[in-house]
Design a protein around this ligand. Structure first.
Ligand code: GDP
Length: 460
């Protein structure tokens, strides 16, 4: 079995279709008693994977509805247990009556996510796939739905399983060298271990980058607009969101707090945060705004660094004039796009270029020139492709595990290159396996599983 959570042997029942009225409403049963309960309700002997039309009776055999019944015997069912679907008329009262008829015959109401949880516990899907079910159902954009479908099919899990396999093989080799020193495997001197380790680090880096894009498409990219006062940050927020959300004035220090906006660019979700102008200020309220700006920047996926290109003080193609002041406050590396704003004043045409490894965009937040270039750039940062090709879906939880797995491999590389300590390398590889295992649920705590499945709706 997959985890520590235990299957309780109950037969569970829930309405599987969305609440409200519809042509058809579906009740799903899973467990040992699913078949006898459904046969009692329909009065039929059910053939696996056949559609049966019949009347549905309650516990006193009073007819409450009629419809189609489908029976999927375990283990070849969604949950791995016997599953029956009763398709009746889609009204809330009828659906409730059908659930009650099942409960009267020995089923119990399912908890949120319990069907998916059982599928996970019975090894029908792994944890990343279970999460993909919720992500697919909750998708707000087409791209997010397509990505979630790929994860549900196991595209993400396959990448993780492959990495785990590679790490396991390397660990076995290193441990064999430690356990059988008489074989005289000099794995430190043997360049194979290092080559293999470096190859795994590179593979992990690729999975991390794909997962990062998958998360951005699923959960939205958090963009923080930063820069000196009056550079045009609020104007840029307004230009991107198409609304007068932020107050635009020529007085420095107008945006005293943090403004947030959720927008979509061609269906890709963006969370934009406009921050107080970064400058020394004696004003207490403004100081608090600036402190919050730093906190927001720490959790950004990307920073839009706005520079007033009409102001000779800031007018430099090299953002290093302003960036060091900002980056020294940050505890981690965050992607930056430099915006040379007010191109209408500096009389430069809107364009996108690369300078010092960073994208630089000339635009005017006021006239809107170049905003389309910025939107295009943001779409490509999220891995959007016009052909509809995409990545798999992933969550921030997965990114955390991948980061930890990567840190373990880096620590192992350090051991190999500097300390020559085989035991420590083996331990780092073991930790890497555990972090990767958290993604698919091979290694998981009840608390984590509880949190994940309780965020599902009932009936899933
Ligand atoms: P913030 O302090 O960085 O948020 O800057 P604001 O967005 O409040 O803009 C400061 C001033 O610059 C306002 O008077 C804006 O109208 C003006 N401004 C902003 N963007 C542009 C632009 O692209 N062109 C011109 N000509 N003025 C701009």
């Amino acid at each position: 079995m997959n985890a520590n959570l235990q299957l309780d042997g109950d037969t569970i029942v829930a309405i599987a279709t969305a609440p409200g009225r519809g042509g058809v409403g579906i009740i799903r049963l899973s467990g040992n008693k699913a078949l006898p309960i459904a046969e009692a309700i329909t009065g039929l002997s059910l053939t696996p994977r056949h559609a049966h039309f019949s009347q549905f009776g309650d516990a006193n055999n009073l007819q409450i509805d009629s419809g189609i019944t489908l029976y999927f015997p375990g283990p070849n069912s969604f949950t791995g247990e016997d599953v029956v679907e009763l398709q009746g008329h889609g009204g809330p009262v009828i659906m409730d009556l059908l659930v009650r008829a099942c409960v009267a015959r020995g089923a119990r109401q399912a908890r949120p996510g319990e069907f998916s949880e059982r599928a996970f516990l019975n090894d029908k899907i792994d944890l990343a796939q279970a999460e993909a079910i919720a992500d697919l159902i909750n998708s707000t954009t087409e791209q997010a739905a397509l990505n979630a479908t790929r994860s549900l099919q196991g595209d993400f899990s396959k990448e993780i399983d492959y990495l785990v396999e590679q790490v396991t093989q390397l660990r076995v080799y290193v441990e064999a060298a430690i356990d059988f020193p008489e074989e005289e495997i000099d794995f430190i001197g043997d360049g194979q271990v290092r080559t293999k380790l470096l190859a795994i680090i590179e593979q992990l880096r690729q999975v991390q980058s794909a997962a990062q894009q998958g998360t951005l498409v699923q959960e939205g990219m958090k963009l923080v607009i930063a820069g000196k006062p009056n550079a045009g940050k609020s104007s840029l927020l307004n230009a991107l969101s198409g609304q007068d959300t932020a107050i635009v004035t020529p007085i420095e220090g107008t945006t005293r707090d943090v403004l947030r906006e959720r927008i979509q660019i061609d269906g890709l979700p963006l969370h934009i945060v406009d921050t107080a102008g970064l400058r020394e200020s004696g004003d207490e309220v403004e100081q608090e705004g600036i402190r919050r700006a730093w906190t927001e920047m720490e959790s950004a996926d990307r920073i839009l660094l706005v520079v007033d290109s009409s102001d000779p003080e800031h007018n430099s193609d090299d953002p290093s004039v302003i960036w060091p002041e900002i980056s020294e406050h940050l505890t981690r590396t965050i992607a930056v796009t430099v915006i040379h704003n007010k191109c209408d004043l500096s009389q430069r045409s809107p364009e996108i270029s690369e300078a010092n490894g960073r994208t630089v965009i000339e635009l005017s937040a006021k006239t809107g020139e170049g905003i389309a270039l910025l939107k295009q750039h943001l779409k490509s940062c999220m891995g959007y492709s016009e052909e509809g090709e995409g990545s798999f879906s992933a969550r921030r939880r997965h990114l955390g595990s991948l980061e930890n797995a990567s840190a373990s491999l880096e620590a192992g590389k350090f051991q190999l290159e500097n300390a020559g300590a085989g035991e420590l390398l083996a331990e780092d590889l073991r930790q890497c396996q555990d972090h990767l295992g958290e993604i698919t649920g091979r290694v998981s705590s009840d608390q984590l599983l509880g949190e994940i499945f309780s965020n599902f709706c009932i009936g899933k």
